[in-house]
Design a protein around this ligand. Structure first.
Ligand code: ADP
Ligand code: TPW
Ligand code: MG
Length: 594
């Protein structure tokens, strides 16, 4: 069935002139719906994360009928987070499709998240009638969506005529994936879908984007400047960020690390780019290497709050704003990133693949390893911290705490290094990041630059669909709540997702009380909540795990069966600390001792 090209089947109400009456002379027509689908397919878009409704219901149906995988969610925010992480994992823009005003706004959070995290994503939203919206005459779901999207998007476009759909989608794709990737908004008014134009002419307007993310080769002098600085270092350090993971230059990055012999620190989503168990990995000596280093090479990592802005006590500065004395090399595709917080002595601007191969070429055959004194100091610090952690992990307290539960997850990921680990929460996030080693690139996806709660189930769906691997999500009980209803989506598509809810009865802890005695405290939930029943409600497997042994066998069974599973891991409600590792960011008045 080809609705779009059959004469006379175009939806009425389109703007294009029609030759009514004489069917034999009627040209073959194509409508806006079909042009959008054809444009996406032409550009290799094979999956859409959506929530149907006016005016995009038929777009979801017809996309599916044409072989695009349409994953329908229960809330647009989760569809959006799914699209954003699909972009990170595949380097193709993840597509989120929503209805107008409220659906668009629900998706907008994820669009902002994609932009902030440098993930390529396109939010496509249907919108209401321009003439009515612009005169504010009160249309169904009236909103000037383009204006609202602009400040949080890398780019935002609106298409008004069917013969511009090809250009609109091409521009959106290029904007999402070229240079620093980001979130792009594409506004498609309801009227556009129904417009019909001559089919042959319409098809000619479609654009297959050539080389959507062109290589950007760094200048030879920038590479030389960086290598000269690195060579002069007595205590060098490499920091790998999620931009490096995104770039898919895995082999060259590992070679660069090994050839240089420099200790490296992976940011959260760069864990596993080089295995966390590598002898040069300095994660366990983080608070030693940051203040100790004299030259730091950042590869796809920004000096934002996650790296204490490159200064202050974390970096050995005397006070919160003082420079620690480090010199920085920054490898990044965005020329504006350098000097954002502290002086960058050697910016290397280009795509990470090209930059790393240029650095490798410049290093030549004989590169002197860093001074042995520095390397042995790092190893010594690391070994003593690892030994301390091993002691804590070996304990088996009752009730179970974060450490004893995560010791199990650590073993499971070691035995299943291809599995994707989704992670959100506060303590549930921080402890997982430091305890669970990753062995392969792009296997850990988490709260990202904003430390955002709610990415969990959307990430699970996209990770399972795009990688076809087992997904294990370690979720704080609060974090899980933001997207919990999507367990129905996980069951509906029968995805190999095992959700472990670290259930400590609340946000950070489950022990707060309302001093007036009237209500539950704002940070606590229903005690002993049975999250596993939510999964059972939709046909998945639900398990309560109160001990590490129960947790281990439940995750192992989930992996063996590949069935959607939710494990309610009962954690000591006293075990966490306020805000996990970032208590210091709480305004002083609200600060609480753990
Ligand atoms: P992290 O949170 O892991 O420290 P950030 O999100 O702060 O990482 O930084 C990622 C950086 O990577 C951004 O500055 C972005 O411009 C850069 N980046 C993303 N993709 C590429 C790429 N392909 N080549 C070069 N730089 C990239
Ligand atoms: C969109 C603020 C940061 S962490 C967190 C909240 C609400 C939940 C912590 O509790 P959880 O973890 O998940 O149970 P645990 O192990 O410490 O008990 N809204 C958004 N994002 C953020 N970051 C918040 C609120 C927050
Ligand atoms: Mg909790």
């Amino acid at each position: 069935m080809d609705l779009a090209t059959k004469p006379g089947t175009a939806t009425p109400g389109g703007d294009a002139p029609k030759t009514a009456g004489d069917v034999s002379r009627q040209p073959q027509e194509i409508d806006g719906f079909q042009l959008v689908i054809d444009a996406l397919k032409l550009n290799g878009i094979d999956t859409i994360y959506a929530l149907p409704g006016i005016p995009i219901t038929d777009l979801t149906r017809r996309s599916q009928a044409e072989g695009i995988r349409v994953l329908a969610f229960r809330h647009e925010q989760n569809a959006g987070y799914a699209a954003s992480i699909a972009g990170f994992l595949t380097q193709k823009p993840g597509i989120c499709l929503t209805v107008s005003a409220p659906g668009f706004l629900n998706g907008l959070n994820a669009l902002a998240h994609a932009t902030v995290n440098c993930f390529p994503m396109i939010l496509i939203s249907g919108s209401s009638e321009r003439e009515i919206v612009d005169l504010q005459q009160g249309d169904y779901e009236e909103m000037d969506q383009l204006a609202i999207a602009k400040p949080v998007a890398k780019a935002a476009y609106r298409v008004l005529h069917a013969d511009d759909i090809g250009v609109g989608i091409a521009r959106a794709i290029r904007a999402a994936v070229s240079g620093r990737p980001g979130g792009v908004y594409l506004d498609l008014p309801a009227k556009l879908f129904a417009q019909s134009i001559d089919a042959e002419a319409g098809r000619k307007t479609l654009i297959k984007v050539v080389d959507p993310a062109p290589k950007q080769i760094p200048a030879p002098e920038a590479v030389k400047r960086a290598l000269d600085l690195l060579k002069s270092a007595k205590r060098p350090l490499i920091v790998l960020g999620k931009g490096a993971a995104y770039a898919q230059a895995d082999a060259d990055i590992k070679t660069l690390v090994e050839k240089s012999g420099i200790p490296y620190l992976p940011m959260s989503m760069a864990k596993g780019l080089v295995p966390d168990t590598h002898e040069q990995c300095a994660s366990a000596a983080r608070s030693f290497v940051l203040p100790g280093a004299d030259v730091v090479m950042l590869i796809g990592a920004r000096l934002n709050w996650l790296l204490s802005h490159g200064k202050g006590k974390t970096w050995g500065g005397k006070s919160a704003k003082d420079w620690g004395g480090q010199k920085f090399i920054q490898v990044d595709i965005s020329p504006q990133e350098a000097d954002s917080n502290v002086r960058i002595d050697a910016p290397v601007v280009g795509d990470i693949g090209s930059c790393v191969s240029a650095l490798l070429a410049g290093m030549g055959g004989s590169w002197a390893k860093p001074p042995a004194e520095w390397l042995s100091a790092v190893i010594e610090k690391k070994e003593s911290n690892v030994a301390k952690m091993a002691e804590t992990l070996a304990k088996n307290p009752s009730p179970m705490n974060f450490h004893s539960a995560l010791n199990v997850v650590r073993d499971i990921i070691k035995a299943n290094p291809e599995a994707i680990l989704v992670n959100e929460g506060a303590n549930a996030l921080d402890f997982t990041r430091s305890i669970v080693d990753m062995y392969k690139p792009r296997k850990r996806i988490d709260v990202g630059t904003w430390g955002i709660m709610g990415v969990g189930m959307g990430y699970c769906v996209a990770a399972a669909v795009t990688t076809k691997q087992q997904v294990i999500a370690v979720e704080g009980d609060s974090a899980f709540g933001f997207s919990g209803m999507e367990v129905e989506t996980i069951c509906r598509y029968n995805l190999p997702v095992c959700v472990v809810v670290m259930n400590n009865n609340g946000v950070y802890k489950g022990t707060d009380v309302d001093p007036t005695g009237r209500d539950p405290a704002p940070t606590v939930f229903v005690k002993g909540a049975r999250y596993e029943k939510l999964m059972e409600a939709f046909g998945g497997v639900g398990v309560v795990a109160a001990t590490p042994a129960e947790l281990r066998s439940a995750i192992e069974e989930a992996i063996r069966s590949g069935k959607p599973t939710l494990i309610n891991a009962v954690i000591d409600e006293n075990a966490g600390t306020e805000s996990g590792r970032i208590t210091s960011l709480n305004p002083a008045a609200a600060k609480k001792k753990s």
